[in-house]
Design a protein around this ligand. Structure first.
Ligand SMILES: NC(=O)c1ccc[n+]([C@@H]2O[C@H](COP(=O)([O-])OP(=O)(O)OC[C@H]3O[C@@H](n4cnc5c(N)ncnc54)[C@H](OP(=O)(O)O)[C@@H]3O)[C@@H](O)[C@H]2O)c1
Length: 313
């Protein structure tokens, strides 16, 4: 996909979002928190799907301090590392949220130094970043469709830094675990899923738009105590570089994808400056291997089996 159109999107372009509802994972920190703040500042209702109750309580207090106590923000507990929790959280969303204008699949873990497994036995980066969101999107899809809403997949430029394909023979990286490669594998899986979902929806009359984006390089808590000392030091040095941007700017692509009218779906959005780390938000170039349909269909089947869900698409 070679589309380098620059939009230079900023939140100033946004109209009022009153009457719009956004559901977002991983909203208590980093780009997810910043996206939540931008959406709330325009009058939207935001439902945070987070795993950490204490951090969420603090995040909501901070948002109220920044934006006022009448903001429409709420929290549903959901741990993407546990499929039962995803099901429970999604059921609560369906119970409490009548309309979803956009689901933002934002949460992630990255560069976990020592291989970890989710509750269901998946390598944690693939399990949380891809399988958790795959199931969540499936469970909320009908509500999003009824709302003529959007699905926003937040990926990473890392998609092209790892294996550049899906390792179907060893999805858990039992034989070649590497914190970075395995993270990149999970972000590639998310993108492949996003574009495959787009393709499948286009064959139906369903009015759901799927967008894929990345936040560039943003100062967030993504590389934390679970990463190696070396990776943490590298990330903090990198964060001092002027081409690394704030978490707020890192949130722009996902907010744009969730809100911008008439935004084409056949694109990969993010900052378009040096190495796509920061700079004007627009459509970035994307490597063709993301759009390999054979791999996409195999990944779809593997993901349905892993999460025990079935898509009617
Ligand atoms: N920062 C960058 O430079 C960069 C670059 C490329 C892509 N990205 C992508 O940008 C997105 C946002 O990341 P960020 O940089 O803002 O990182 P962040 O500050 O670490 O935020 C990640 C969020 O995901 C949540 N999360 C992690 N595991 C979860 C789970 N099992 N269930 C539910 N929520 C979970 C975290 O919650 P806890 O607080 O509970 O951990 C946190 O709220 C991610 O998709 C990431 O891959 C970031």
């Amino acid at each position: 996909m070679k589309n380098s159109k620059i939009y230079d999107w900023t939140p100033e372009r946004m109209n009022s979002l009153e009457a719009k509802t956004f559901v977002i994972t991983g909203a208590n920190a980093g780009a997810g928190y910043a996206a939540t703040e931008i959406l709330l500042s325009k009058g939207a209702t935001v439902v945070m799907l987070n795993r950490n109750k204490d951090k969420t309580k603090q995040a909501i207090e901070n948002l109220k301090e920044e934006l006022g106590t009448d903001i429409q923000v709420s929290f549903i507990h959901l741990d993407l590392a546990n499929l039962a929790s995803v099901k429970k959280g999604a059921a609560e969303v369906l119970n409490k949220v009548p309309k979803i204008d956009a689901l933002l699949c934002n949460a992630a873990v990255a560069q976990i130094a020592k291989r970890e497994y989710t509750t269901d036995g998946f390598e944690s980066q693939l399990g949380i970043n891809h399988y958790g969101h795959f199931l969540l999107t499936n469970l909320l899809f009908d509500r999003i469709e009824q709302s003529q809403g959007r699905i926003v997949i937040v990926s990473s430029e890392g998609y092209k830094m790892g294996l550049k394909t899906i390792q179907f023979g060893d999805m858990n990286f039992e034989h070649n675990y590497n914190p970075m490669n395995t993270y990149c594998h999970s972000k590639l899986a998310q993108m492949i899923f996003g574009y495959e979902l787009q393709q499948r929806i286009q064959k139906t009359k369903k009015e759901v738009k799927v967008y894929v984006c990345h936040p560039g390089a943003s100062r967030t808590s993504l590389i934390n105590e679970k990463a190696s000392r070396r990776d943490r030091i590298l990330f903090s040095i990198m964060s001092l570089l002027p081409i690394v941007q704030s978490a707020e700017k890192g949130a722009y692509p996902e907010v744009m994808c969730a809100t911008e009218e008439s935004l084409p779906i056949a694109a990969y959005y993010g900052p378009t400056g040096t190495m796509n780390w920061s700079g004007p938000v627009g459509a970035c170039e994307m490597e063709d291997f993301v759009l390999n349909r054979e791999i996409a269909q195999q990944l779809w089947e593997v993901s349905e089996k892993a999460t025990q869900c079935v898509w009617n698409l």
